[in-house]
Every structure is written in C-alpha cells, then in structure tokens.
Design a protein around this ligand. Structure first.
Ligand SMILES: Cc1ncc(COP(=O)(O)O)c(C=O)c1O
Length: 460
C-alpha cells in the first residue's frame, strides 16, 4: 500500500501517465543522439538494437516496481536491472542510506566500519562464507574465484558448462551464446565456440566444456580431463538461457565429482544469490561447495561482486611473495558497503523470501493459464522469484542444446515487444529471465497477466 501511494505521488508530481504507451518520440530522439557518441548508442549490446527494435525504450525514472520512460509512459518492470534491484527502484531505506553516506564521503579506499558491517551480515547469511572478499562486479568475482582455484590446486584448466555465463573475463567467453545445433559438436566433446573476438586461442586450451544437467556425460568428460582441473564452475539455476533449474540431485553430483578429481566446486550465485533464499541456492539445495561468487542482488542496484569461501582458500590473497593478487581502487566502496549492509538487513526479515516466492509463483501460474486459454504453445519455466517464457512445443527445456534447438526466440522477442506496448517492461532477449523484487505486488501480476493476454491475442 505504502509503495502504491508513493507511485501515485510520483505520477501527480511529474505528470506521468498511468497507462501504457502512447508515443516513443523522445526515446527515438535520445537514442539517435546517443548513437553519435556511444557505440550502438548504449554501453552494452544487450541494451541496444541487437535486442530492442527499432531501438530501446529510454528510461528515466523508477519507483518500486514501476519505471517511466522519457515520454512519460509507465511500465511495470520485470527486468529489474538484470536482477540487481532486489527491492525495486528507490527503496526508501536504500535512498536514506545513500543520501546520508554521500554527504559524509562516498569512498576512502581505506579501512571503514562499513565493510566490516557488510561482511558480518554476509557471513551470517551465506552458509559457505567463512570469509568474503568484495569486488565491484560479478565478472570480477568469477575472475578472482578462478585465480584462487588455480593457485589453490596448482592446476590450470577448468570446466565450464555450455550456455552458462560467468561474466566477460577471457576464459569464460566460450559457448555462452546460442548457435544452430549442428555447430555444437558431440556432447562428450563439444566444439569450442568463442563468444568474442580478441581472445587468444591459447586461453581456450585451458577450458573444458561440458553440457549441463547431464551427469553421465560429465562423468565421461571427467574421466579424460578430471585430473587436470582446478575447478568446475556452474550456475545453480541456469539463468543465461532463460531459467533452467537443475535436475534432482544434479548439483550434488557435480560437487562430488569435482572433489573426486581434486578440483574445486565453484557455485556462481551472481544471479541466484540472496534471491532464492537468504543464503542463495547453496542454502536452497544444501550444497557443500568450495567457492561461491555473488553480485547483482547483493548491491540492491549498486555495483558489487563478492567471492566467499573458506579461509584456507581466500587467505591466499594475504600479502606475501606468493599471494593471489586482487587489487581494486573501488573494492569495499564505502557507499556500496553501506547499501549492502542495509540491503542484507532488509533481506533478513522473515517474510521477504516467502513474498518473493508467492508473487513469482502467482505470475508463473497466471501466465500458464493465459497461454493455455489462448492456445499458445508456450512453456513458463522456473519457480519463485525467477522464470522464463519459452515458445516451444516441448514440456521442459533442460539445457543449452534444448534451448538452441527447440526455442523460438524470435517469437519471444515479438511477444515482449507487444508487452512493452501494453505497459510491461522486460528485455526481449529470451536468454534472460523475469525477475520478481520485494517491491512487486499482486496488482503488478494482474497487470502482467492482462498484458500477456492482449499480447497473445495480438500475435494470434
Ligand atoms: C551467472 C552470472 N555470473 C556472472 C555475471 C557477471 O556479472 P556482472 O555483469 O556484474 O559483471 C553474470 C551477469 O549477468 C551472471 O549472470
């Protein structure tokens, strides 16, 4: 109720529209201007014309679960800054903490009480976190985790899974984009498909690629490469080909196999951390892992990354001749640390994850009902605070190969463009996922279902 009152106040104060899209004239103008100075008019390809047609909706204001574009059109936001905004936009507590901290000095690059307070809360919530090291992005966290694993094991190679994204550090940029199935090679020995130019081939010589959610193929691959691996890294719920949960017991098997071969098990919780449970998916699935990485929701909208694990591994960063180097002017950024501490206090409240699950499950059930009624062959996959819609005849998408082969990503893009016209903000990229924040309400779910119904009718 409080949130809805604030949104209503914003509408009055800024003369914003209460319903969806009339015109995108200013969005077009600003995007045209931006293209003069920025590559593709944006700062990441996922925000420009690679995904949005004919160009992005240019946003300028957010409150709770709602955003407004530069033309004053209002949307319910289900992208939530790719999952960073666990409490929605401009949460009053975060605004208060930020305003106060900025006035006192936003960063000293020196020891502060704020970093100790953030770390204490982090350790209380994350089961495997004997200690934590903060960085600035998820990419930095996964980069550091790999360096630690290599130093700890004295091995160079590591295993990543097809379709998993761990940020844009060189060795992770492999088999992360979708390709026609013919290009993928045999599951026991997938072709290595770089996601980027500019990375030496020699970097990929140290990467072993395996299909995900398939324990017996992994066992075969490990028989060949297991003894050389410093680590196996995985997302717990595959979140960069939509939303693909692990098969029952799969993550436990991967963890046991890693240990059997003397490799570390790294769980990349950049997307799932603090979202699926106070202690992330390691708590949800009760996993005994070595290192885990975090970002996104940990910073409630501010740039953050973190690596957590046992002292025996993280202490390798202690200053010495043989240390694992991890520097960074902005590590433990005071403003961000204050936000992290406030955010983790908010996330520790008992009802929070229950609410995330209730709203998410209602959206999932409602969408399934809309597609059933409209006779649209679509699968809504996921649970609780994260899900994805796949236009497919299949009744489940289990991995990257299913995604590449059976999902109609063009239809999804058309569908989401219609949703944008009906007041729902989401990225048209099928590789991403729908996000529920603590700011979302049942009313937002109703708005989504009404828009999905109209979009389904538009596309029939
Ligand atoms: C699972 C996973 N790991 C790491 C990253 C990289 O995080 P960042 O974008 O903060 O560098 C992402 C980003 O989407 C991610 O989804």
């Amino acid at each position: 109720m409080e949130e809805e009152r604030r949104i209503e106040d914003d509408r009055k104060m800024f003369g914003l529209m209460t319903h969806s899209t009339k015109s995108r004239t200013r969005s077009r103008e600003i995007f045209a201007r931006a293209q003069q100075s920025l590559v593709e008019g944006v700062n990441s390809p996922s925000r420009g014309t690679a995904v949005y047609s004919p160009g992005p909706v240019v946003l300028e204001r957010g409150r709770g679960s709602h955003v407004w574009d530069v033309d004053g059109n209002e949307y319910v936001d289900f992208m939530m800054s790719f999952g960073a905004l666990i409490h929605g936009h401009a949460h009053p507590k975060i605004v208060e903490v930020v305003s106060q901290t900025v006035a006192e000095g936003s960063h000293f690059a020196a020891a502060t009480p704020a970093e100790a307070e953030a770390a204490e809360r982090f350790r209380r919530m994350v089961p495997s976190a004997e200690v934590v090291r903060f960085a600035n992005t998820g990419s930095e966290a996964t980069m550091l985790a790999l360096r630690l694993a290599r130093a700890h094991t004295g091995r160079t190679k590591f295993l990543k899974f097809e379709g998993h994204y761990h940020g844009w550090y060189d060795p992770y940029c492999l088999n992360g984009h979708s390709h026609p199935i013919e290009q993928l090679g045999p599951p026991e020995n997938p072709n290595k498909l770089p996601d980027s130019e500019g990375i030496p081939q020699s970097v990929f010589d140290d990467v072993v690629v395996a299909p995900w959610n398939d324990a017996s193929t992994l066992e075969k691959i490990l028989r060949v490469h297991g003894h050389e691996l410093a680590a196996i890294i995985t997302e717990p719920i595959m979140a960069n080909m939509g939303c693909i949960p692990p098969r029952d017991g799969y993550l436990r098997t991967v963890c046991n196999l890693a240990h059997e071969y003397g490799a570390l098990f790294i769980l990349d919780e950049v997307v799932t951390g603090f979202r699926y449970a106070p202690g992330g998916c390691q708590q949800l699935y009760n996993l005994k892992l070595d290192l885990s990485t975090f970002g996104k929701a940990l910073g409630a909208g501010f740039p953050i990354g973190a690596v957590a694990g046992p002292r025996a591994i993280l202490d390798r960063m202690r200053w010495s001749e043989h240390m694992v180097l991890h520097y960074g002017t902005f590590n433990g950024h005071r403003l961000t640390m204050q936000v992290v501490a406030a955010n983790l206090d908010l996330l520790s409240a008992e009802h929070v994850h229950r609410k995330l699950f209730a709203i998410g499950d209602a959206a999932i059930a409602g969408l399934r009902e809309v597609f059933r009624r409209r006779k649209v062959p679509a699968l809504v996959q996921g649970f609780g605070p994260m899900f994805q819609i796949y236009f497919t005849e299949r009744n489940a998408i289990h991995d990257y190969r299913d995604f590449c082969q059976f999902v109609n990503t063009k239809k999804y893009s058309q569908f989401v463009h219609r949703l944008l016209d009906h007041g729902i903000y989401m990225t048209p990229s099928n590789g991403l996922h729908w996000i529920i924040s603590t700011a979302h309400t049942e009313k937002d779910v109703d708005a989504l279902l009404a828009a999905a119904d109209q979009a389904s009718a538009d596309l029939a």
